[in-house]
Design a protein around this ligand. Structure first.
Ligand SMILES: CC(C)(COP(=O)(O)OP(=O)(O)OC[C@H]1O[C@@H](n2cnc3c(N)ncnc32)[C@H](O)[C@@H]1OP(=O)(O)O)[C@@H](O)C(=O)NCCC(=O)NCCS
Length: 310
């Protein structure tokens, strides 16, 4: 690899270049390997959300591969240190610089951060992308739960299926609820990330909403973040399939006239079957990967890509 490349911390000044790089990397990879480049659209503008949200959440934490001779950005890898772990994603290399070890070297720098913090690294990896799957597993990540990426076209006048039980006990989260949500996720999923919930709950731009499901006794049964600008449901978690369905139903209802994507564990067969009956269609598969595969989790988690979580 050329000596002109250095690995530096990324700043907000580069958000335009980062968005273009992520968009081009995804279009090029999915078009050349799967003929599916069109799914990422023609404009890089929606991808500005990645550097903007990450600069708010984890300023200066992204790793950039920078060619200081041509003064171009060749790769980017975002890291998000939380109480229990370090999340990594999105990772992208400029198409013209692929296959030169740039992603590997960015990932090595990210793993060094995790080691220094004494925490495992976690990410969500596409199962259609053999390159990134190989990159991560070569570096010591161990694949775990497999997820279906489901897309649901929500009619303008709402979902047509029979509503699941418990939707009347789904409410908007309170602004001071971040710690309680993070505690429940920790108990169920063994990860804690209060900062993310604080960020979503503090949002005043209308980009995010947080739903909470309760049982008849008023105890929290899960939560689901709605990425109204991002077009995804998640992150979130639920104690069981009943709470998961109630959250997803209400989450989808906030996206009338749109086609949001959400991830659910493939092993939750009854949940998946119900979602098919609502009209959900598979668009991809992802796998959670960790450098320290842990104990069995409780309930259901909904990973997402902004911020990357599993
Ligand atoms: C995936 C992506 C980041 C890889 O970037 P890159 O800079 O070309 O990757 P690298 O050159 O560092 O190579 C990755 C490593 O995986 C290895 N690898 C790739 N395909 C492999 C395979 N089929 N089997 C085994 N190893 C493989 C390479 O040998 C290399 O390891 P090495 O440097 O130890 O030899 C890039 O293709 C990209 O940006 N894709 C679009 C965005 C994307 O999908 N990101 C991942 C989201 S899950």
């Amino acid at each position: 690899m050329s000596d002109s490349i250095t690995f530096v911390s990324l700043t907000l000044n580069h958000e335009e270049a980062v968005a273009r790089l992520i968009h081009q990397a995804l279009v090029q990879w999915y078009q050349s390997r799967l003929g599916q480049g069109a799914r990422f659209g023609e404009s890089h503008e929606p991808f500005l959300q990645f550097p903007r949200v990450y600069e708010d959440l984890d300023p200066g934490e992204a790793i950039a591969a920078w060619d200081h001779v041509t003064k171009t950005l060749l790769g980017v890898c975002f890291t998000h240190e939380r109480e229990t772990h370090l999340s990594i994603g999105i990772v992208a290399t400029a198409p013209e610089a692929s296959g030169r070890g740039i992603a590997r070297r960015m990932m090595e720098a990210a793993l060094e951060k995790a080691r220094a913090a004494g925490k495992p690294a976690r990410l969500v990896s596409s199962l259609l992308n053999i390159d990134s799957f190989s990159l991560y597993t070569r570096l010591g990540f161990v694949p775990g739960l497999i997820f279906q990426d489901l897309m649901m076209k929500v009619p303008e006048d709402g979902l047509k299926a029979t509503p699941p039980p418990g939707i009347e006990r789904v409410r908007l989260a309170h602004t001071d609820e971040a710690a309680a949500l993070a505690d429940l996720e920790h108990k169920l999923q063994h990860i804690r990330r209060e900062k993310d919930y604080r960020y979503f709950l503090a949002d005043e731009s209308g980009a995010w909403q947080v739903l909470v499901a309760e049982n008849a006794e008023g105890e929290r049964q899960g939560c689901l973040v709605i990425g109204l600008s991002f077009g995804m449901l998640g992150p979130g978690f639920a104690v069981d399939a009943t709470a998961a369905l109630a959250l997803l139903w209400q989450g989808l209802d906030t996206m009338r006239g749109r086609s949001p994507v959400f991830l659910v564990p493939c092993r939750e067969a009854a949940l998946v079957k119900r979602l098919y009956s609502w009209g959900a269609r598979n668009v991809e598969l992802h796998v959670a990967q960790s450098t320290a595969p842990g104990t069995e989790t409780i309930g259901i988690c909904f990973p997402t890509f902004l911020p990357e979580s599993a």
